[in-house]
Design a protein around this ligand. Structure first.
Ligand SMILES: O=C(O)C1=C[C@@H](OP(=O)(O)O)[C@@H](O)[C@H](O)C1
Ligand SMILES: C=C(OP(=O)(O)O)C(=O)O
Length: 440
């Protein structure tokens, strides 16, 4: 097992400016939608991380030419019905987003396919996608446990009206992609609004996808003539979040994060930080289809927070960081309505609880969340932290280690490459450097 020594408390704080890597959700979608569009799609500031490279390899295996020009990715789309039967099972690696979105695309093809993934992905539930797709006429078999490997017998799909049982952008997006291939219009009704990157991007490519004023009801007209586009992927708020938290909890810090996506369906972490007392300035930039901003964060003391079911979708991947913020706050914080955390790369309620206990932070595990008792000073119980092979847990613990005066280490640090290969390099660039920050 690999192990990395983590940096301890930097006395001068964290300083400097980062240009965040491209958004993971948007990078996946640009590849998949580019593949089913006619002509060239140019993806600028694409996220070259393991998860997005799984999507790239998958569309290549489905007969799509993908080239790289400098840092740009060029997808030579073949239209809605241009994908080809792959030669063997498609490897989804660690990526839930690739798996679930591609299930929607493959359900409506005229060929069979099979999806598999790594040991973490093989534990994650897939019936949440296959069940609603079945109501559109899809033929998808999971294992008896509802997991990968999944076999998809592509066939023609009907338009359908579907009410989602779980708040999940992956499930919603799979249904929207399948609805493009159907024989009539579809309506998808969400429980709570989730990230809307699929809807926004499909409209840019020429699809008729409407979101009603309730922000929950999405109608999709089938068989659009999608046209290749140039997509500039904004910086990932879920990656920026590690540095928003680091800048807040490490005294004497002043960090600027450039060009971060501030789509309202993704800014739960910003709202929570501001509610807890964080010092963050937002300087909005010209929109690139998705709203973007530069963010400047300085250290601040924190009050505790309560988050419930309605708050969860906009902050789902940042909840481990909320637990870390709560561990530094003065008082008790509560997260409930977050049972979805149990179905991520790890059971993130269990792994966050286990790792914060190592730092001496009292955390009570709930079936759908956590109660965290903030501690002004941590009494370290175990200096060997663990990512559990989960990128977000690894990065969260590397940020947590900066609060400790004892040197801590991290098992399986390479997990960060799933979403943020340059994470440790970016973090190191902020350490022990007194530099001017400029928000504009
Ligand atoms: O649609 C997406 O790109 C994502 C949706 C979320 O998953 P769920 O849809 O399962 O909540 C999120 O956790 C994941 O990191 C990316
Ligand atoms: C849950 C995540 O991703 P995915 O579902 O795509 O594996 C994540 O990035 O935190």
């Amino acid at each position: 097992m690999t192990k990395r020594e983590l940096s301890a408390l930097p006395k001068l704080g964290l300083h400097g400016t980062l240009l965040l890597p491209g958004d993971k959700s948007i990078s996946h979608r640009a590849l998949l939608i580019g593949a089913i569009s006619n002509g060239e799609t140019v993806i600028k500031h694409f996220l070259h991380s393991n998860d997005c490279l799984n999507t790239l390899q998958a569309i290549r295996a489905l007969g799509i030419d993908v080239a790289q020009h400098g840092a740009d990715i060029i997808v030579h789309g073949k239209g809605l019905h241009g994908l080809k039967q792959p030669a063997g099972p498609l490897d989804m690696g660690n990526s839930g987003t690739t798996t679930r979105l591609i299930m929607g695309l493959l359900a409506g093809q005229n060929f069979q396919s099979e999806l598999n993934g790594d040991s973490s992905l093989q534990k994650r539930p897939m019936r949440r996608v296959s069940d609603p797709l079945t109501t559109m006429g899809a033929d998808i078999q999971t294992t008896a446990a509802g997991t990968l490997p999944v076999k998809i017998v592509g066939r023609s799909l009907h338009g359908a009206d579907i009410k989602l049982q779980i708040a999940s952008a992956q499930v919603k997006s799979a249904l929207i992609l399948a609805a493009l291939l159907a024989d009539g219009p579809s309506t998808i009704i969400e429980k709570i609004p989730t990230r809307d990157h699929t809807e926004r991007m499909l409209r840019k490519f020429g699809a008729n996808v409407q979101t009603a004023s309730d922000k929950l009801t999405i109608t999709v007209e089938p068989q659009p003539d999608l046209k290749g586009q140039t997509i500039t992927v904004p910086g990932d708020m879920s990656s920026a979040a590690f540095f928003l938290v680091a800048g807040t909890i490490i005294p004497n810090s002043d960090i600027t994060l450039r060009n971060v996506n501030i789509n309202k369906t993704r800014t739960g972490i910003l709202d929570a930080l501001l509610k807890m007392g964080a010092d963050i300035q937002v300087h909005e930039l010209a929109s690139q289809g998705e709203p973007v901003a530069n963010l400047r964060v300085k250290s601040a003391p924190l009050s505790p927070i309560k988050l419930g079911e309605e708050d969860i979708p906009a902050i789902i991947d940042e909840l481990p960081l909320i637990a870390l913020l709560a561990a530094c706050a003065h008082g008790q914080s509560t997260i409930t309505g977050a049972q979805e955390l149990r179905f991520k790369e790890t059971d993130r309620i269990a792994t966050v609880t286990q790792e914060l206990h190592k730092l001496g932070v009292p955390v009570k595990e709930l079936p759908d969340g956590m109660i965290i008792e903030g501690q002004p000073v941590w009494r370290i119980n175990d200096p060997i932290l663990d990512s559990h092979g989960d990128h977000r847990i690894g990065m969260m613990m590397a940020i947590a280690a900066l609060r400790s005066t004892t040197r801590l280490s991290l098992n399986e640090p390479e997990a960060v490459s799933v979403s943020y290969p340059a994470f440790f390099a970016d973090l190191n660039s902020l350490l022990n450097q007194k530099r001017e920050c400029d928000l504009t």
